[in-house]
Design a protein around this ligand. Structure first.
Ligand code: KIV
Ligand code: ZN
Length: 512
């Protein structure tokens, strides 16, 4: 009998706790829809008590998503649980995930509570959560540095109170695969009512072992694994969803487990998350890195040509890489474009979104000879963040550079609430001058934490993909855009970030 492994994605919650990875409501909705499309079982949509923005995004996601279970995180506090229950009230399938720390260091120094108090609080939390849903997950924060006997006690008590999933987090990424195997086996064996709950694992990657630890937990009997797209998350991140899913699939002989995941969506989702968060995926990252299926050495290329399996244990197309080039160009029509997007696993929520993408596609086709799948994926992931009625709209940019005389000037034209404004700026380089002109034109003065340039595809006419990260007034926000002209893309990405700040500036994020 093969075991079913529940894939619990926490990109929108733990993933968003990555420094600089905050997302707008629209961006979270887009990721949630794509996760649902990929058949993720449980989507942890956020932590409603953390901020108004988190509450709102969990509520909106809960309304929209029909097939995946929507989960909201809460501390074992009455107010947190009530807010989680409220945010989930329109969900088709809802789960409350409540947690409290169980390690000596956390109980003594952070919570200032003893074991009995912690146990009592955990049980109370479950009883309250049951008012809202029957699907309740309990996590013992910092479980791998906790006393295993106490873990047995607290887990037994919360299962009796109604918890249906028991999550065992390696909160600080301290454990190793053999220790994980031992602890999970011990707990399943020694908790009297362990057969009444699903066991889950949640590993952080501080020592680079999050995926190995998660797989070890599965071998020991865990049936749920918590993970994120591209492995993003607090500090060094969480276990990467794509690596876990492909390990289970590729080494079915060893794990004898199945997931529901449509693996062809892995690469498009990885790109979407990377574009939204501005966190690039390293080229040698397993599964979704640019080089994951690239062969450089002559001996390898020769082997691959003779038999792909000499040097490949997975098929690139099984995880969403496209081997074939696009044949779309400026004469292509709407139907051809839509069909191509559908083949890439992308459907459009509204005609308006597709209409905007079609316009952008036509512009691109006028400026770029060949259009690759990656160009389309970039068009898609940039377009969906563009909102109607933005405060700032890019109109034009002109730049002058005299390298010898160290003169770098820019003149930006943009609209502010529909009124045209033109302003000059100068700086240490062309990009610096562009940003200076935008700051002056918009009267905004944020700090720039990140500016990055990436080429979407090969070729000198490739589109430049720009990410900027601005911070100030308790907000950190990512802006991005693409254009065949990197200078234009830089100006548009900066303006994109300013528009997002306008959208969310009323909401303050409080970290847990
Ligand atoms: O890492 C952790 O312990 C967590 C819990 C809230 C599950 O993210
Ligand atoms: Zn975590």
């Amino acid at each position: 009998m093969t075991d079913k492994i529940i894939i619990f994605d926490t990109t929108l919650r733990d993933g968003e706790q990555s420094p600089g990875a905050s997302m707008t409501l629209e961006e979270k909705l887009q990721i949630a829809l794509s996760l649902e499309n990929m058949k993720v079982d449980v989507i942890e949509a956020g932590f409603p008590a953390a901020s108004k923005g988190d509450f709102e995004s969990v509520s909106q996601i809960a309304k929209k998503i029909k097939n995946s279970t929507i989960c909201a995180l809460s501390r074992a506090h009455e107010n947190d649980i009530n807010l989680a229950g409220k945010a989930l009230r329109y969900a088709n399938k809802s789960r409350i995930h409540t947690f409290i720390a169980t390690s000596k260091i956390h109980m003594e120094t952070k919570l200032k509570m003893n074991k009995n108090e912690v146990l009592e609080k955990a049980v109370k939390a479950i009883i309250l959560a049951k008012k809202y849903t029957n699907d309740i997950e309990f996590s013992a924060e910092d479980a791998f540095r906790s006393d295993p006997k106490f873990l047995c006690e607290i887990f037994e008590a919360v299962i009796n109170a109604g918890a249906t999933t028991i999550n065992i987090p390696d909160t600080v990424g301290y454990s190793t695969p053999s220790e994980v195997f031992e602890l999970i086996s011990y707990l399943i064996k020694n908790i009297k009512n362990s057969n009444k709950a699903i066991f889950s694992v949640h590993c952080h990657n501080d020592l680079g072992m999050a995926v190995a630890n998660s797989l070890s937990a599965i071998r020991a009997g865990a049936n749920q694994v918590e993970c994120t797209i591209n492995g993003i998350g607090e500090r060094a991140g969480n276990a990467s969803l794509e690596e876990i899913v492909m390990s289970l699939k590729t080494r079915h002989d060893l794990f004898n487990c199945e997931t529901n995941i449509n693996t062809k969506n892995l690469v498009p989702l990885s790109k979407l998350v990377s574009n939204i968060t501005g966190m690039h995926v390293q080229a040698n990252k397993a599964i979704v890195g640019l080089n994951a299926f690239a062969h450089e050495a002559g001996i390898h290329q020769d082997g691959i040509l003779k038999n792909r399996e000499t040097y490949e244990i997975m098929k690139a197309t099984d995880v969403g890489w496209k081997e074939n080039r696009m044949v779309l160009g400026k004469h292509s029509g709407r139907a051809a474009l839509k069909t191509k997007f559908n083949k890439l696993g992308i459907t459009f929520e509204t005609d308006l979104i597709f209409d905007n993408i079609f316009k952008e596609f036509k512009n691109l086709a006028d400026n770029k000879h060949e259009i690759f799948d990656d160009d389309l994926l970039s068009l898609y992931s940039h377009q969906r963040t563009k909102k109607e009625n933005n405060k700032f709209e890019f109109i034009n940019i002109t730049t002058t550079t005299n390298y010898k005389k160290k003169i770098h000037k820019a003149t930006i034209s943009l609209t502010v609430n529909g009124n045209l404004i033109t302003h000059d700026g100068e700086g240490n380089g062309t990009i610096d001058a562009i940003f200076d002109s935008i700051k002056k034109a918009t009267n905004t003065y944020y700090k720039m934490d990140l500016y990055s340039v990436k080429s979407v595809t090969p070729g000198t006419d490739a589109q430049g993909e720009i990410h900027v990260r601005l911070s100030g007034k308790n907000i950190t926000i990512n802006g991005n855009d693409i254009d065949v002209d990197t200078i234009v893309a830089s100006a548009k990405a900066y303006i994109d970030a300013l528009n997002k700040i306008e959208q969310i500036s009323s909401l303050k994020y409080q970290s847990i």
